[in-house]
Design a protein around this ligand. Structure first.
Ligand code: ZN
Length: 266
């Protein structure tokens, strides 16, 4: 079994909106982290390569690591891609399709608070350049508390949105907020997604479940020491995850109640 850190980034910016600050890394810190990857001689591999290894494909190079970016912030185009390109590093970008907008137009709707997001022309350009584009729902809803019809829109509709723009199939998904359950995973498989990333703050591995790949979230306060530990395979457990706890199930029940009767429960 190979242990593989899958890093989860969001925005890379010096001036994020306040709501996004905890999950935003400054460009300077991001460059320092890329330098740490280089110094630790990590092999940054495409997410698809890990999924293939999990399914019995070619073994992974030693010290493999995967880079992923959630939501579709516009700084991925202006800041992240040039830094990745200079180092020839692959990455996967998960787009909440309701937050991306046509050039000059408005987005079709997402629950994410206001932020500068990618437009569809930029998403298509990133795809043509070689960034893997994956799905991250349409509206960034908590999928595990949605009724069936809405769940299908977030899962099937997101796939259709991306494939219409890119002109080819997409197969990698990332759960908004990391929330998923058996019904969500079933809906994903039925729609043709063949892998999905969660965010349990754990290392992934070649024995991980492709429909709930573990990731490590890089936050604004992730120190160089913590980051360097991850590159040594330390500081987190390794997936597959233990069975869902009672606490996780209780929290879903509360969120489901909130989703059905907004305003009743805080
Ligand atoms: Zn997200």
């Amino acid at each position: 079994m190979s242990v593989v850190p899958i890093l989860q980034y969001h925005s890379v910016s010096d001036d994020p909106p306040e709501w996004a600050e905890p999950l935003t890394v400054t460009p300077r810190h991001f460059q320092e982290q890329l330098d740490l990857l280089r110094d630790a001689q990590m092999s940054v591999i495409p997410l698809r390569r890990l999924v293939s290894a999990i399914r019995g494909g070619p073994p992974l190079p030693p010290r493999s690591l995967v880079l992923t970016f959630d939501d579709g912030f516009s700084d991925f185009y202006w800041t992240v891609t040039p830094l990745l390109a200079a180092r020839e590093l692959p990455a996967t970008l998960f787009v909440a399709t309701g937050a991306a907008y046509p050039p000059g137009g408005r987005s079709s709707g997402s629950r994410l608070p206001a932020a500068r997001m990618l437009n569809w022309r930029q998403v298509a350009g990133l795809d043509a350049y070689g960034i893997e584009i994956g799905g991250h729902s349409r509206t960034h809803a908590e999928l595990d508390v949605l009724p069936g019809r809405q769940l299908r829109s977030e899962v099937e509709g997101c796939k259709r949105d991306l494939e219409d723009v890119l002109g080819h199939a997409v197969s990698s998904y990332s759960y908004p907020h990391g929330y998923h359950n058996a019904a969500v995973r079933r809906a994903l498989r039925a729609a043709g997604w063949d892998c999905a990333c969660a965010a349990p703050q754990a290392f992934s591995s070649t024995t991980d479940d492709p429909m709930c790949l573990a990731r490590l979230t890089v936050r604004h306060d992730t120190t160089a020491a913590v980051f360097a530990d991850w590159l040594r395979g330390q500081g987190a457990r390794t997936s597959p995850a233990p069975p869902e706890t009672l606490g996780t199930r209780a929290s879903r029940l509360l969120r489901r109640t909130r989703a059905r009767w907004p305003g009743r429960l805080r």
